[in-house]
Design a binder for this molecule. Structure first.
Ligand code: PBG
Length: 331
């Protein structure tokens, strides 16, 4: 029996014949409106410093940060997320809420220069500011003290909102961090400050290049498995996401992105709020390294990855490739 007799009508290749037809039937589009660019600003430098494990990404001075944000704005990118590298670190991470801390200075400067044309997101955590590298305050036994850390997060939220952050993004995976920050913001008239919660943040080895970028080494060879999620768990991610929404998160995030597309897809099916996904440092660097070796077409792999994150259900993609992808999409 011929194939025609078996399947007289159906021909999927008809819809793939020309580029114009493929565009007509395409289910997912990616645009510059989906991107947030992560940016690093460092206190004690005079010139921007290239981060060797994150090709194309820099530790910025306040001045070079402003130029970078201006070029992202001109490309149409609607948001940036800021990470600070302070001159000195201490036990509590006090640079994170110092009104003259590097991120607060950057927020003020960017708000003055760009107003509401650029959404300013502040990563809210202490790991870049603590001398032990953990995301919170340590108890005498060396574990992170959840509730003492919440007190500190509240102060950081206020310092960031005062400095001009449109969005606070708590990334420390402390229990109750969203309701704690929401209360702090609301009781000091920052009722319009958005919370983007790193809700399902996994203890991943893909954050390595980021830790180079922010000079973080976790004390005594430690890790974050006591507070970040076990990557074996999917249902737990939904529990985290729903808890954050009930605590007042406006946007929830899954992180990393590519190894966790199932988590993004399940979240998209079960919750209504906007979902962000963090295409993290290691995911970016792997493509750059393979490209540098001539093993892959870096640009097309990067676009395939970003589109896959969107197809899985993310509305917002935090990616180090934001600028490059925006330039590709412009052509
Ligand atoms: C914590 C934080 C981390 C990242 C974003 N926020 C590091 C960590 O949890 O160890 C990682 C981002 C990336 O790898 O690109 N402040």
């Amino acid at each position: 029996m011929s194939i025609n007799a078996q399947f007289p009508k159906w021909r999927s290749r008809r819809l793939r014949r020309t580029n114009a037809i493929r565009r007509l039937v395409s289910e997912t589009q990616i645009s510059v409106n989906d991107f947030v660019a992560p940016l690093f600003v460092r206190e004690d430098i005079k010139e921007p410093q290239q981060i060797s494990s994150l090709p194309g990404v820099y530790q910025h001075t306040l001045e070079s940060l402003k130029l970078e944000v201006d070029s992202l704005r001109k490309l149409g990118i609607p948001g940036v997320i800021l990470f600070g590298i302070p001159k000195s670190k201490d036990e509590f991470g006090s640079g994170a809420w110092d009104p003259d801390g590097i991120v607060q200075l950057a927020l003020k400067d960017l708000k003055e220069n760009f107003g509401d044309d650029m959404t300013l997101i502040a990563d809210l955590c202490v790991d870049e500011y603590t001398n032990h590298g953990h995301c919170g305050v340590l108890s005498p036994d060396g574990t992170v003290d959840n509730d003492a850390t919440l007190e500190i997060y509240n102060q950081i939220a206020l310092a960031q909102a005062d400095a001009g952050a449109d969005i606070c993004a708590p990334s420390g995976m402390m229990d109750g961090q969203v309701s704690s920050i929401r209360n702090a913001l609301d009781s000091s008239s920052h009722t319009q400050t958005i919370i983007l919660a790193y809700s399902a943040k996994y203890a991943s080895s893909l954050y390595g290049p980021f830790r180079d970028a922010v000079d973080v080494i976790i004390k005594d060879g430690g890790d974050r498995r006591g507070y970040q999620q076990d990557y074996a768990n999917l249902r737990e991610a939904l529990t985290e996401i729903k808890a954050d929404i009930s605590e007042g998160a406006d946007i929830v995030m899954v992180k990393p992105a590519l190894s966790y597309l199932d988590v993004i897809a399940k979240a998209r099916a079960e919750v209504e709020v906007p979902i962000a996904a963090y295409h993290v440092s290691g995911e970016y660097s792997m493509v750059k390294a393979a490209e540098a070796n001539g093993w892959l077409d870096g640009e097309s792999v990067m676009m395939e990855h970003l589109l896959s994150i969107k197809r899985a259900g993310a509305d917002i993609i935090l990616t180090y490739a934001a600028k490059q992808a925006a330039e590709i999409l412009q052509d």
